[in-house]
Write a protein of this length. Structure first.
Length: 255
């Protein structure tokens, strides 16, 4: 019986949870990829920011679950009850067995991230960029942006993940950088990038750079990091982040 359990940030990849009662459990930011959740009861559970890529959720009950910003890439969803589930920013690219009826039964389903094949098969229209980052703001001024460049050693994904207070078993940190000193900022991993959020919405984006270009699904090493804030109301927070990154990482800031 795991009903109401607090499993926040747990790493249980390849686990067997078939038929488990996980109602109202806190599963936020968990890494439980390629796990078996067939017929599990996850009603009302919190999966915010969780990575359940490749999980088997056939016949599972996700009614009223919070799947905001969760990754269900290539997950099996045939027969899954998504009634009332929050799909804001949920990455469903490559998911199997998802029907138009299931999707329509969820809340914020229009903000879920679907690949082109799914958009066609489900008879929907959408824009992956808008679903992932929100509609672009009409800006009168350029966004606040600073590229922080590493002049000597260059970090990889395992190093960068330390600023979120987590480690990935497949990407070990080198220990040569001060990313762990940034954990108090509350930075989260959102989809392919990282962000400092205000009231649940990204305020300052942190994006890895390779040869001056933003990269996704890239293990590194990275030439730098781009700190970006579209909204000028977050200028003070953005400036604080840039200063902290410069101090802790010893990087060169190019504005």
């Amino acid at each position: 019986m795991l009903r109401g359990a607090d499993l926040q940030r747990a790493h249980l990849c390849g686990g067997y949870f078939r038929g488990c009662d996980l109602r109202e459990a806190n599963l936020s930011k968990t890494n439980i990829t390629t796990s078996d959740f067939r017929d599990a009861n996850l009603a009302g559970a919190n999966l915010t920011g969780a990575d359940w890529s490749g999980a088997v959720l056939s016949g599972a009950n996700l009614k009223d679950a919070n799947l905001s910003r969760a990754r269900l890439v290539k997950a099996r969803l045939d027969g899954t009850d998504l009634t009332g589930a929050n799909l804001q920013g949920t990455d469903l690219r490559g998911a199997h067995g998802l029907s138009a009826e299931q999707l329509a039964s969820a809340s914020n389903h229009e903000k879920a991230i679907l690949d082109e094949r799914m958009l066609v098969s489900l008879g929907r229209r959408g824009d992956q960029t808008v679903a992932r980052h929100g509609k672009p703001l009409r800006k009168k001024r350029a966004p606040q942006q600073a590229d922080l460049l590493f002049t000597a050693a260059k970090p990889s994904l395992g190093d960068v993940l330390l600023m979120c207070g987590s480690e990935h078993p497949g990407f070990r940190p080198t220990g040569n950088f001060g990313f762990a000193e940034l954990v108090d900022l509350g930075i989260e991993q959102l989809d392919d990038y990282f962000a400092l959020c205000v009231n649940g919405d990204p305020a300052v984006w942190i994006m890895p750079l390779v040869r001056g270009q933003e990269v996704v699904h890239h293990p590194g090493p990275y030439d730098g990091l781009r700190l970006l804030a579209d909204d000028r109301s977050h200028q003070q927070l953005w400036s604080k982040c840039v200063a902290r990154f410069e101090k802790c990482l010893g990087v060169l800031a190019v504005r």
